[in-house]
Design a protein. Sequence first.
Lengths: 326, 94
Amino acid sequence: MFHTSGSSGAPRQWLRSRAQMEQEARLIYQRWAPEVSEIISFAPVSHSYGQILGETGARVNGAALQLCSFEQQQLPTLAGQGQCVILAIASTWKLLPALLKRLAGQRPLLVMHSASMLPPGALAVVQQFADAQVRFIEVLGSTETGAIAVRELDASSTPEQPWTLLDDVQLLTPAGQPAPLEIASPRIACEQGQACAAPSHCCDDLVQVLDPRRVQWLGRVSSLIKVNGVRLDLARLGAELGTLLGCASLACVPLRDGLRGEAYTIVLGDSSVSSGAVLAAFSHLPPGTPRPLHIHHVDHLPLSATGKPQAWAAASTVKEYTDVIR
Amino acid sequence: MNTPSIELQIRQTLAQLLGPEVLGIDSQASFRDFLGERFDSLMAVEVITAVEDRFSIEVDYLSDDVRFWFETLDKMQRFVAQKVEDQLTLQAAE
């Protein structure tokens, strides 16, 4: 059972069968790391990525599993032998150079990244270490669908590099104009309360179809971001904070972050609401709700015709702060 | 002109990242507690990165005990002083 926040506000629960998880783990490991003997996972097992490619992946491959957390300074021991897979989330890339310096040349390595956009600086790490014995792949997926597509990163990779669908995934998005990614797959999760899983799913991702097996990822359709792998709907968060603080002039503005992949800043157009009050309001939100990187007060936060803060306007208002790649 | 102490430089650097409250924290107080009340779990890493950048030193997360050395401002300044000294020794030997 995996949880998502749900775009409408109510948490949603998704059931994924053991067979589905094992199928996904086999699909990816047989293609990319058939000889894996150890998995070093920085992805929490409470998330589908860490559960499927970490715990389930170790079980179906008979591999050892080290569960690590950079945030908690739970770091791996490096005494293993044989092919090693490192499951990375955004923050792991800060630690990867130190890990790869010690492991490269000692054993074959595969670094997998998923659960969020690559953080700025990740491709520089790829360029420094990628070779025949140190490979990097990025997995595109979601809690609802499981893994959808993969791309291998190498020294010549760019952020625009296309994604190739996994063998059991069928692309339903029409060719032509950019459109939401829609797929059919036998690994789509069953939403709790439903008799069975839907045959297809329309994702939050906006893509350009290149051919029946390849897409280019252009961005997200909704106001969803993934802060170091944790999904966060900024429109919903802004509305909740606004209600808690009695402040209509508040917006959550996304930004790229070197450590978290994606993050956000809060912009307030009401000088009577202090930064401390905003942070205190997080105690009323679900535990683990990602905190903002900054809280900025501005003289005027433009509102839409319906009285909602316009995030795009806020983004340009605080451009001098938020346009910096951190 | 006198060079500010390492501790003051750390406070000034972290104040830019975390706000002016850092200037008044007791040097023996738990920095982790200060962060935990205000920021997310990755801000501790941001702190280390900011200190690295300020003093042009490199923290090795796998061999430096960052949980210990970045627990208080006092420990941070001792850690930085040692790293800077090691760096100067290495440069002199080259």
